[in-house]
Design a protein around this ligand. Sequence first.
Ligand code: URA
Length: 433
Amino acid sequence: MKTPVEVIEIKKRGENIAQRDLEDFLAGYMQGSVADYQMSAFLMAACIKGLSEEEVVTITSCIKESGNCRPKENFGKPVIDKHSTGGVGDKPTIVLLPLLASMGVLVPTLAGRGLGHTGGTVDKLEAIPGLKQQYSWADAQKLLERNGAAFLTQSDDIARLDKRLYALRDVTGTVDSIGLITSSILGKKLSEELDGLVLDVKYGSGAFMPTYEDAQSLASLLMKVSTFMGTEAKVLLTDMNEPLGEWAGNGVEVMEALMMLRGKAVERRFYEVTISLAEAMYQLAFPTDSRNVRERLVARLQSGKAYEKFLDIITAQGVAKETADNLDEILAPPELIGVVRSDRAGYVSEVNAHALGTLLIKMGAGRRVLSDGIDHKPGLRFLKKRGDKVDSGEALMEVYASKEIELPHISEIYTITDEDVKLPPYVNSLEKS
Ligand code: URA
């Protein structure tokens, strides 16, 4: 059996770690014989030297096996989930879960906290007081039987290894590895015992994969490992070169998602990405029922049924009725403390979404070290997005925060050009790319 240092050194040299040695190393981490600092060194070596497909499959299996799997009782429904590789303002999960559950799909979503400069669904939903998201599978099944969906996360019973690795990667600069992202996502998702999985692979300044080509490599690996491990997956590649939607933060993103769930108008790209993901999930769930899927999804939102389902889900997960009745007030942003304005006339051609994610961390909406708590209130509101025409002095972004912060200079975030810009499509499928 190799010592932890030997395993780290194999990866440092860029060599393949034998399956048994990698399994022992990961088990040692769970049992306490491999320390956090040794795991951090391994993760950094994996980021820099890469992981082989065999290593990714081993880590994925170890994450899946580090907790229990969902009991296979499906209550007569297809079991489908969706996962995003992470971005800024990335909130579709909050809409998709109740929307699909309201249409007869079982959606046992295991989501994560903020990772690196990106936000996490679990942190966002914690803005709702009382909402419990850590369950055992036995208890989660009761929620699923009752409502067809549950907002869940890694726990002592579910994907325990990912719970620890995820938190460590968040604060050690070891997120942006194709192999680590693949094993983290699939290790937990496959413990849900799914019939199908939709993957939203993001590319651009706010994603972990800056270029479209990197995102394609991540998408291919996700598809390959998921298929190898027996779960059908469908990939959409979506643009993350600017935050998704009008708001980024925690509570403010839930507020924006609730607007969509209530059938109200929301920012175009957020709407399109979410509806496309919903269509993909529905098609995996009911492959022979392809008539007017989009129209039926939209009708569910407009009828209020999807929002009713959201309320059923959160109240089953510990939220008091009084809280559920007052979400708008609870999720409202704090004080407006500053506005970023354009310093010239032209068109918004680029937005540095990574810088915006980092700004949110500085505002308290994300973590710098493992033990950091989160402020769920702060938020950024985007008044102008790529392709918009702006005048000199016009407001581009509003900053809402609980404490004073130094506002970034406009040049750190926005590029304004004379020429209008051609925007990429909202959504690409892996086959078309
Ligand atoms: N989402 C995850 O669950 N894990 C990652 O590593 C990245 C995104």
